[in-house]
Design a binder for this molecule. Structure first.
Ligand SMILES: [Zn+2]
Ligand SMILES: [Zn+2]
Length: 342
């Protein structure tokens, strides 16, 4: 089969498209024909060698969707022809954290799809059945492949942490990135009001097109007063924090009493300072969100499908152009996601 393999750690040129042996499958595993695979910023981090558990050569790609071609004899959940996408954490499934539905906290994880085992930059992949989720009838593969990585964290932030309902206001920082656009789509689908914060004046139109009720252009944490003015002085019920320390002062200032802040992203890894008195008096809640669970992924697929949510796709490229896709993503030329289509 054709695959794009990472042969060394380094620049985009380490991604080489070549003919490799078809992967064989064993018990508990499924052979998938890949329909499409998203190129993620995480893939660039992995390629540069910043994650110690990745060995070489490796086929990257965790944002994939495809069709079941064959399965191990003990696999009962899936049959040939099923259309599936991937939950990318290979959690143990048995520890206390896994059992309470928090697989991203599993201490016995075998690493992630596209990291410690081959992923979706290929025509075929063999994956554990325990990591697959069936798509709703008729759902497009291109929408499904982004459900876990792009829609998962904002969905968990908005529905589980924020418990956002019709009419409630949500601030989304770093709104013009992939997760930010996803967050806006989710808030809009719930009948909420999304207030987008972006540092790029050029992204205002796109944000409104995607469903933002209001857009505040701000490169630092100074948007809090704008948000208050937009909400009659009250502030918002939830901030989806995608940039972290650079915007956190504005985030705190934006919160209504009893407001929640779901932290999904941190750009610089810098400490912040908080007046804990404010936290007490306003009864704020600040919660980190890394990933949705496999159960939540089923819910997300249904939600995306039911609400006709479509990801912003910038370009579709063949496997041979994975290096070019990495370059465009890294140089921030891409507005929306890049898809590799075998
Ligand atoms: Zn991803
Ligand atoms: Zn576990």
């Amino acid at each position: 089969m054709k695959a794009n393999q990472m042969r060394a750690f380094g620049g985009p040129e380490t991604l080489v498209c070549e003919e490799v042996a078809m992967p064989s499958f064993g018990s508990g595993e499924v052979l998938l024909k890949i329909a499409c695979c998203g190129v993620c910023h995480l893939d660039i981090i992995l390629r540069s060698g910043m994650r110690s558990r990745v060995s070489l050569p490796r086929i990257l790609g965790h944002e994939l969707a495809g069709e079941v071609m064959a399965a191990g004899s003990d696999v009962e959940e899936f049959k040939v022809g099923d259309r599936v996408t991937v939950f990318n954490f290979q959690a143990c499934g048995e520890c206390a954290d896994c059992l309470r539905g928090r697989p991203s906290l599993c201490r016995f994880t075998k690493g992630d799809i596209g990291q410690t085992r081959d992923g979706g930059y290929a025509e075929y992949a063999v994956l554990p059945a325990a990591n697959l989720v069936r798509l709703p009838e008729g759902m497009a593969m291109e929408a499904a492949c982004f459900a876990a990585c792009v829609y998962g964290p904002p969905y968990k932030a908005i529905r589980k942490v924020g418990e956002i309902q019709r009419g409630q206001a949500v601030v989304v920082t770093g709104a013009s990135g992939g997760l930010g656009l996803a967050a806006i789509q989710i808030v809009k689908a719930l009948g909420g009001r999304a207030i987008a914060i972006t540092s790029s004046p050029g992204k205002v139109e796109l944000l409104k097109e995607k469903g933002a009720s209001d857009v505040v252009v701000s490169a630092d944490g100074s948007f809090g007063d704008d948000v208050r003015a937009l909400t009659g002085g009250r502030g918002v019920d939830l901030v989806v924090e995608l940039t972290g320390s650079p915007t956190f002062a504005g985030t705190l200032r934006s919160l209504a009493p009893g407001g929640r802040c779901a932290v999904i992203g941190e750009l610089h890894g810098k400490p912040i300072s908080i007046n804990l008195g404010l936290l007490i008096i306003k009864e704020f809640r600040i919660e980190g969100v890394q990933s949705a669970s496999r159960e939540e992924l089923r819910e997300i697929l249904d939600f995306i499908d039911r609400n006709g949510i479509e990801p912003e796709i910038w370009r579709r490229m063949p496997l041979a152009e994975a290096a070019e896709a990495h370059r465009q993503l890294h140089e921030r030329e891409a507005v929306g996601r890049i898809l590799l289509v075998p």
